[in-house]
Design a protein around this ligand. Structure first.
Ligand code: AMP
Ligand code: ZN
Length: 431
């Protein structure tokens, strides 16, 4: 049941002691980098003065800008000959950031991913198909080495060529898949077009959904359609990639592996720490990274720590579903909206299909939100009056959920643009 019972179920006291030791070691290591040696000197940080975990609050934050400014080698703490791989973030918002890994970093990372996979029930006799990008993106290689370390047959099928993906599933009897949620929706569509019924024709039993914000409703759609248990997988390239936080079979929040990461939630405006239960920005410190430790990294991701203990017996805190990034928030007529809230409301409507796009425009000096929604194909066989009624229903549901009234357009399946990697849900035409 546990991949590493000692680490997963240790007492809170033992976990704190482990964290403290690792935090101190991390700080001694970090100071070897040009960036932290300067920042620690400026802020009077002395690694040997860290006496309790709470002392972490005295350390300076690290931001994405710091990583960009120090590109490429400014945070490296080891000799160049010690590093064996680099990964880079998607870089959708400006210069990409890069993270370097030593051999032990890569091994620790793979072990964390195996721990996540094992926790959900993956075993050696499973067949794991990894439908995510291999390359700089961490989802491909991250899960690949996790699957191999666990000992499951791992198929590096990558992204795209959806028909071939389905063929591979049939040929090798794939039981476990990893994919980003927007691609899961695409896969559904293609299976439907091909007349493949996954519950009847495939052996799938577990799906990992990660790398993108997605709603509970999307999980449920995936579970119903593919006949699987779907688990939320959270990670970011600055903290390795996948394997940071993952759902256990209880599916009540994602356990964040606190032996490897120190977790804080802060108020993104005041930068003050927030207690469990309160929503804020997730801040993470690596505790076992050698080549490139990162201290108090502001992830920009908004979530909260779920109070209380998990029934599965693991001691590690649980993160709630990520509601979005601080820079994802849309402000329409004074109301704050995250794209995932739109998704949640939409996907609860059975006639809604697999894709949607939020378009922001300025009409008469007012910010407005237009929503294009792909519908199920059969909807368009109905008459105009029926379509109009449906359109009004969707508008009403969204208004109830979001407190603003979007302009809703119903479109045919497969008509909205699809991105190569992570889905682009918002098109801002106001600029
Ligand atoms: P990257 O480093 O380019 O792989 O991007 C990492 C970012 O993807 C995170 O900071 C989150 O904003 C987002 N992300 C990753 N996993 C999830 C998840 N399970 N739910 C929501 N957002 C996620
Ligand atoms: Zn649990």
């Amino acid at each position: 049941m546990y991949w590493n019972q000692d680490l997963e179920t240790m007492s809170p006291e033992a976990l704190s002691a482990l964290q403290l030791g690792r935090l101190r070691r991390t700080l001694f290591q970090a100071v070897e980098s040009p960036h932290y040696s300067k920042v620690f000197a400026e802020n009077g940080v002395k690694p040997d003065r860290i006496e309790t975990i709470a002392d972490v609050h005295r350390l300076p934050y690290t931001t994405k800008e710091d990583l960009r400014d120090q590109f490429p080698y400014g945070l490296l703490c080891v000799d160049q000959k010690e590093i064996i791989r680099l990964h880079s973030s998607s870089g959708t918002s400006g210069q990409a950031t890069v993270v370097f890994h030593s051999r032990s970093d890569i091994e620790n990372w793979a072990d964390l991913v195996s721990r996540c996979m094992y926790m959900t029930g993956v075993r050696q006799d499973d067949v794991f198909q990894n439908l995510t990008g291999y390359g700089l993106f961490t989802g491909g290689l991250g899960f690949h080495y996790g699957g191999e370390r666990l000992g499951t047959l791992t198929i590096p099928s990558g992204t795209g060529n959806t028909k071939r993906q389905i063929l591979l599933m049939q040929q090798f009897g794939t039981t476990v898949i990893h994919l980003i949620p927007s691609y899961a929706m695409r896969l559904m569509q293609v299976m439907e077009d091909m007349g493949v019924n996954p519950r009847r024709d495939l052996k799938l039993r577990i799906a990992f959904l990660g790398a993108e914000p997605h709603s509970e409703e999307i999980r449920q759609r995936v579970e119903r359609y593919f006949g699987v248990e779907a688990f939320n997988s959270y990670g970011l390239s600055e903290m390795n990639g996948p394997g940071v936080a993952f759902e256990c079979p209880e599916k009540e929040g994602m356990h964040i592996w606190e032996d490897a990461f120190l977790v804080e939630i802060i108020d993104p405006d005041t930068l003050e720490p927030l207690p469990p239960g309160e929503e804020g920005e997730l801040v993470l410190t690596t505790l076992s990274r050698e080549a490139m430790p990162i201290i108090r990294y502001r992830t920009n991701d908004l979530t909260r720590i779920l109070p209380g203990k998990c029934r599965c017996g693991r001691v590690h805190s649980r993160l709630d579903r990520i509601i979005g990034r601080t820079d994802d928030m849309l402000i329409i007529k004074g109301v704050n909206i995250f794209p995932v809230q739109v998704e949640q409301a939409l996907m609860e409507i059975p006639e809604v299909g697999q894709n949607y796009l939020i378009i922001l425009e300025r009409v008469d000096e007012m910010d407005t939100m237009r929503l294009q929604v792909e519908m199920r194909a059969d909807i368009f066989q109905e008459d105009m009056r029926h379509l109009k009624k449906l359109q009004n229903k969707i508008t009403r549901e969204l208004r109830n959920e979001l407190l603003v009234t979007p302009k809703v357009e119903l479109v045919q399946p497969n008509t909205l643009p699809r991105s190569q990697g992570k889905a682009v849900r918002v098109e801002d035409r106001r600029k």
